[in-house]
Design a binder for this molecule. Structure first.
Ligand SMILES: Nc1ncnc2c1ncn2[C@@H]1O[C@H](COP(=O)(O)OP(=O)(O)OP(=O)(O)O)[C@@H](O)[C@H]1O
Ligand SMILES: N[C@@H](CCO)C(=O)O
Length: 349
């Protein structure tokens, strides 16, 4: 169970009562997750998730929590955070609010910054079909559009700068072929990021970690129905294409080999472009962003695996999975632009 910090019942009860959710009836640590401490909290008024942030602080958290509120207010199925009635929201200034401006959704529990958000119904589907991928693709495009007018700015904190800083930290743990792959891919991604095609990519607030285990589907329906997506704590302002690539690399991959699954990838992409067609620059850079997304999670998994933190019980994700995905994506025969959807349905916007 990823409970890094124990929370007493009385302390959680005091918080939920103070913010108007009524008395706490149940508090249960959640298994799974490797970043934060999570508890299911049930009160007289409903079901919630209490998250204590282990690495993030008041400089970064307002962006994530306010983004969730912004998306929920626009009808997106994301957990709505609950505000502290004693903290005034920042004065309305729609064009730009500093990322670290005070935030009414940020609480303090057991000495840690904390949030309490609505609990989503449903279950994650870890072996998605093309129909699940289509649901996800559609929602992703709608979220990109709904976040367009989000007024806070914060870069993706697990973006290129973090890869450049973290690669030297993990390199000593790699064998020679792995080290060569990491170095060459990083050089390639720095080159791509400096290009005019990359500068032309549309961008905005993105989830940046929308894996299968961060989405829920209804359990009472024969047809796949997405009930929501959560865990926005790696969100940031980045290219929409990178967000799409993160999803393709997790939802549309053959897990044992790391190979791309054309049926699921086409379904995800086709549903996405039905809502928001890709631009020419996006179609051209999709292969590069699939590599970037694989590199991002290879590096973070290497970092978590070789430099772990303490937890009550914690299972680090396997870094070699994303090494395989990256090798597949950077292999000369990898040609995602031959996907029918990439050459057919996706017209320049
Ligand atoms: N809003 C929510 N509604 C329902 N369940 C949730 C919600 N938030 C978290 N959970 C449950 O808690 C588990 C752990 O949450 P999460 O994935 O956010 O952990 P984490 O440690 O913050 O993130 P990571 O996925 O980065 O390791 C999820 O798998 C899910 O079962
Ligand atoms: N989704 C990430 C973990 C949390 O960021 C991974 O699978 O490596």
């Amino acid at each position: 169970m990823a409970v890094f910090t124990e929370v007493g019942f009385d302390e959680a009860d005091a918080l939920v009562q103070r913010i108007g959710l009524g008395p706490l009836t149940e508090l249960r640590g959640i298994e799974g997750g490797i970043e934060n401490t999570n508890y299911f909290a049930t009160t007289a008024s409903g079901h919630y998730v209490l998250t204590l942030f282990e690495r993030l602080g008041p400089q970064q958290l307002p962006y994530y929590l306010c983004l969730m509120k912004h998306l929920a207010a626009r009808g997106m199925p994301v957990p709505e955070p609950v505000a502290d009635p004693d903290i005034a929201p920042p004065a309305d200034h729609p064009l730009s609010i500093p990322a670290d401006a005070p935030c009414e959704f940020l609480h303090r529990v057991a000495g840690k910054p904390a949030a309490i958000v609505q609990r989503l119904e449903g279950k994650s589907v870890l072996a998605p079909t093309a129909a699940h991928c289509a649901e996800l693709g559609r929602l992703l495009a709608h979220m990109h559009q709904a976040a367009r007018d989000f007024p806070r700015l914060q870069p993706n904190l697990r973006g290129l700068a973090w890869w450049n800083d973290t690669a030297p930290v993990v390199l000593p743990y790699l064998d020679a072929p792995q080290a060569a792959l990491l170095r060459s891919e990083l050089a390639y991604q720095n080159h791509v990021a400096a290009s005019s095609a990359y500068a032309a990519l549309p961008r905005g607030p993105v989830h940046a970690d929308l894996f299968r285990d961060n989405a829920m589907f209804a359990t009472d329906s024969d047809e796949p129905r997405l009930t929501g997506v959560f865990d926005f704590y790696f969100a940031g302002t980045d290219t929409w294409l990178f967000d799409l690539a993160v999803c393709l690399n997790d939802w549309a991959i053959d897990l044992p080999t790391g190979r791309h699954d054309a049926l699921r990838a086409d379904a995800l992409l086709a549903a996405y472009v039905t809502v928001r067609p890709l631009t020419g620059a996006e179609r051209a850079l999709l292969p590069a962003m699939l590599r970037a997304a694989a590199l991002r999670f290879w590096i973070s998994r290497l970092w978590d695996f070789h430099l772990p933190r303490e937890a009550s019980m914690l299972k680090a994700h396997d870094p070699t999975h994303f090494e395989r995905v990256l090798r597949e994506r950077s292999h000369p025969s990898a040609a995602p632009l031959s996907w029918p959807v990439a050459s057919g349905l996706a017209q320049a916007a």
